[in-house]
Design a protein around this ligand. Structure first.
Ligand code: F6P
Length: 535
């Protein structure tokens, strides 16, 4: 069968330059663009369960990571290695077989004993790494790292090693490895030890903590995590802000040499390149989702909730980084300061439950629901409930609701990118306004068309709600179009392509030592996407 390549992306900045250099300096071996791709992530693109008749049935993995990586489905030869999460995944892993995810894609599950998985995933990845990269601790009180944390770190190390060993089995095919997220930070270095010539990209979907905050972690753990990621050829981030944070953190690791201007991180035997490579949404998949019965049904229901009022919408996982409580407080303040809007707006909040095993999440979920109830009791009237909540895992419902909002609130305390901020405006049919936290990666791509807000400043967020409600029609239209255009200029395929192109560029650079030393070290600006200014 012929090799099926991704459609040539429209916006790969240096593709023409690369093509010229490719003919001048052909790479030994297969170009990354042509090589097999091996993805590694904790949660895979599919997970299995059994239907009523006991047959194994796959369902699509949830979350932005899987959405972002949908570009690999355009790749002709892709293997995806993921943790076995359901009992059925474990069964498949134990059988030692790969399962098909698409015409030429395979998924292989790594079998991890359930007690070790719990420590690696809940205790370490979620309770420690998620919290540090989103600045979620109430620092005078938490965290307290004791023996449980250190045991969780050991489990995290074991799981990362199990992934690296599984990935190394593919090394003879000389693939490009795409290792995903904070769950697998140690994998690049471990894999390089097993397969020194491997081409490895590590990509972080979340923010990356600043250098002082990261020092909350136990010293050895902090240094090992950075060293682990620095074992990759390309170390990718959603925004320049997170890339800069990583470089500044790496500068504090004794055996790493960091060049802040070029974004290079070198150890004794390896040099990695930090790059800003923001993910994209898949407009075709979204449009298809909007044609489903469930999405259409949801749209009708949400239109009914709105009635002749304005609709303020939020769509989030029910979790602390999303800043749900302050969002409700801002709405309450808006209603108190703009009494004329009482009864004329409804705040519909769609929450999907997540990581319910963590007590921090349970407490936060209670707080969010408690605040909504209090506000409804204090401000609601007979025919009007200021806040309506739907607690459900229902992506199609969200897609239906996207069409109907007048304003969308995305006020995360920190967020790697935030796909809702891009998906909503793509699907909205009312030229709705976007209220956007200044601390999300998406700000670089669409911030200039949004009503931006400091997520900690409830007054500023209340003002943004007022502005969203009162924005003149023409201005709403201009902003909504601007967001759609910016979002559509990037696709999951170009995101993947940029990573592969980066791998080739590095290899080429390593073969041109004399040219390299003559070049001045310029800061790389691969996209104009960034939070705030440079460093
Ligand atoms: O997709 C968004 C994301 O935040 C990723 O960064 C991360 O890998 C994933 O969600 C983790 O979610 P979960 O714990 O549900 O697998």
């Amino acid at each position: 069968m012929g090799r099926r390549r991704p459609a040539r992306p429209r916006n790969v900045r240096s593709l023409a330059d690369t093509a010229i250099r490719m003919t001048e300096h052909p790479l030994p071996g297969t170009s990354a663009m042509e090589a097999p791709v091996v993805v590694a992530s904790n949660r895979g693109p599919i997970s299995y369960s059994r239907d009523d008749r006991g047959r194994l049935v796959p369902s699509k993995g949830a979350g932005g990571l899987v959405t972002a990586l949908s570009g690999v489905f355009f790749h002709d030869d892709a293997t995806w290695v993921a943790a076995a999460i359901s009992d059925e995944d474990v069964e498949i892993a134990r059988g030692g077989r790969a399962v098909g995810a698409g015409p030429s894609q395979r998924v292989r599950f790594v079998d991890i004993p359930s007690d070790r998985f719990d420590l690696y995933y809940n205790e370490f990845a979620n309770r420690v790494l998620w919290f540090i990269h989103h600045y979620l601790w109430d620092v005078p009180r938490a965290p307290v790292f004791g023996d449980l944390t250190h045991e969780a770190w050991r489990a995290y190390t074991e799981v990362n090693l199990a992934f690296a060993q599984e990935l190394a089995k593919e090394a003879k095919r000389d693939p490009v490895y795409l290792v995903q997220d904070y769950h697998l930070a140690l994998v690049p270095r471990m894999l390089r030890e097993l397969a020194p010539e491997a081409r490895i990209v590590h990509y972080t979907h979340t923010p990356f903590a600043g250098a002082q905050y990261l020092r909350i972690l136990p010293t050895r753990i902090r240094q090992d995590l950075i060293r682990g990621m620095a074992g990759a050829d390309i170390i990718g981030f959603q925004s320049r802000a997170w890339a800069e944070n990583f470089l500044l953190c790496a500068r504090q690791v004794p055996d790493l040499h960091v060049d802040l201007r070029s974004g290079r991180v070198a150890s004794e035997d390896h040099e990695g390149q930090v790059r800003t490579l923001p993910v994209a949404v898949n407009p075709h998949a979204l449009r298809e989702a909007a044609t489903t019965d469930r999405a259409k049904e949801a749209r009708l229901e949400v239109d009914e909730v709105r009635g002749d009022r304005k609709l303020l919408l939020r769509v989030d996982r029910l979790e602390p980084s999303k800043n749900i409580v302050r969002g409700f407080l801002a709405y309450e303040l808006f209603l108190k300061q703009h009494k004329e809007w009482r009864g004329k707006v409804t705040f519909l909040a769609l929450f999907s439950p997540t990581r319910e095993k963590l007590v921090e999440y349970q407490t936060y979920a209670d707080e969010c629901l408690g605040e909504a109830t209090r506000i409804n009791e204090e401000l609601g009237t007979k025919g009007w409930e200021p806040i309506e909540i739907r607690l459900q895992e229902d992506f199609l419902y969200a897609v239906g609701a996207y069409g109907a909002y007048d304003a969308l609130m995305v006020n995360s305390v920190f967020d790697g990118m935030n796909l809702v901020a891009m998906e909503g405006p793509l699907m909205n049919e009312r030229h709705g306004a976007l209220i956007l936290s200044t601390n999300v990666g998406a700000i670089g791509r669409i911030g200039r068309y949004a009503l931006t807000t400091n997520p900690f400043d409830v007054q500023e967020t209340a003002d943004a709600i007022a502005a969203a409600m009162e924005l003149p029609k023409e201005e709403r239209r201009r902003r909504a179009r601007g967001i759609s255009r910016s979002v559509l200029a990037h696709t999951p395929e170009t995101w993947l392509w940029n990573q592969l192109e980066g791998v080739d560029e590095l290899r080429r650079r390593s073969l041109e030592p004399s040219e390299k030393s003559q070049e001045p070290d310029q800061p790389r600006r691969t996209f104009d996407d960034q939070i705030g200014g440079g460093y």
